[in-house]
Design a protein around this ligand. Sequence first.
Ligand code: NAD
Ligand code: UGA
Length: 461
Amino acid sequence: MKIKNICCIGAGYVGGPTMSIIANKNPNIRVNVVDMNPEKINAWNSKNLQDLPVFEPGLSKVVKEARGRNLFFSTDVNYHIENSEMIFISVNTPTKISGEGKGYAADLKYVEACAKQIAEISKTDKIIVEKSTVPVRTSEKIKQILRLHNSKVDFQILSNPEFLAEGTAMRDLEIPDRVLIGGENTPKGKKAIQSLVDIYLSWVPEKNILTTNLWSSELSKLTANAFLAQRISSINSLSELCEETGADIEEVSKAIGMDSRIGSSFLKTSVGFGGSCFQKDILNLVYIARSLGFEKVANYWEQVIIINKHQRDRFSKKIADSIKQNNLENKVLLLGWAFKKNTNDSRESAAIYVANNLLKKNIAIEIYDPKVNEDQIKFDLSNLNTNFDESLVNYVTDPFSNISDYNTIAIMTEWDIFKNFKWEEIYKKIKKPAFIFDGRNILNIEMIKKIGFNYCGLGRK
Ligand code: NAD
Ligand code: UGA
């Protein structure tokens, strides 16, 4: 079937950019992105492209081209469900905070609500595409909900997980390593798969489109994230070893990564991975394994999260210990709040946890991020700890407005501007002695030490 109308439920970090690309590459398909959050939809419709709710390099250009032509953002979920042949579910699937599986399992309430709404509204056959990251066999649950609430129309379910990374989303969507589509091995299932394949074929080479059964597709998404995060925890665990042995983690990482069987990606030491997905997806995997009685498998993957927390905690401790041992002012300037550069997303950012650890020790913090605003930072801190001491926190728009008050700077996000600062100038103004904690290993150690800073990176001296 040739698709003419697509509806995507969820205008977030995935729904917005993916649908913008689909619309951009398929001018003959009308793509309606809907969300229950009117503020978000208003922001997607804002005249000023700087005000889009998602910051992604290259996104505004694509939105500018397609919006109003065949790309639309709306809060009228029911209308667009009814008027589409294909519906993507791209809503959030956070870790459950209550009930069975609390703290581990993915909360599917938003996905399930979408399925129910689709069933109640639909009067014509639909292809439902699971875009959200979900536990293996979720499509079975979606199917049951659809059937329970509507036995009159035919629903075909596909799994089409998204592999984009924030900050490089547009490039990842434009030239994906692979597009994964899972579906049923029935005549109708195969037709549905082909309809989605045809949409991607507008710009993705056929060899990069992989079709599988539903369960393989769902499980591959969870495990791809788990593998990536596992590499980061592996290198982070070695950074601690390097600090004690005199090995340099950057050299070790390079040496390991040059083995073509291992590869160099995702071997960059950091203060810990963040983002809305790695932790949630691994916890979900742990939950699934544990539910099936595979305790050793569950413990294996859980260790990736344990090391990540350990890395954040030991980085915080280094800062607190330095303040104490050197009798410094109880204040730190935190550079960066986003979980990685080139995004305004701060979900699960390591900065939140480090800030919280410092606040617990009564250390004052001043925070600067080029894309994350004060309200978001406040939300993040209170979300982690409702009783955080606001009097110890200062949000700054100019990172150096109070620089002469500080002995200690910590780099939390690898934004290019931090790398490119004129550190000699900063050194002239900052209180002495001046300490820099490089949570991303982005600075040139020789240069920074030559200027006069006391440097503390991860896994290198
Ligand atoms: P998000 O929170 O940015 O966006 C989800 C949106 O869905 C929100 O705007 C919310 O208002 C909306 N929504 C929820 N329930 C709704 C409903 N019933 N009706 C209408 N709108 C509804 O989330 P995200 O980061 O875009 O992630 C979405 C899914 O994609 C998650 O499962 C995530 O794991 C997965 N994923 C995310 C990324 C990423 O980089 N963020 C990458 C790959 C996969
Ligand atoms: C990650 C995956 O890379 C995507 O393929 C996936 O689609 C997405 O999760 C998802 O499912 O949400 P994302 O979290 O946006 O993408 O960004 P990454 O580039 O993977 O970075 C995640 C975190 O790991 C960041 O905090 C980053 O700074 C950190 N990181 C990454 C390291 O500490 N070291 C590295 O070598 C790489």
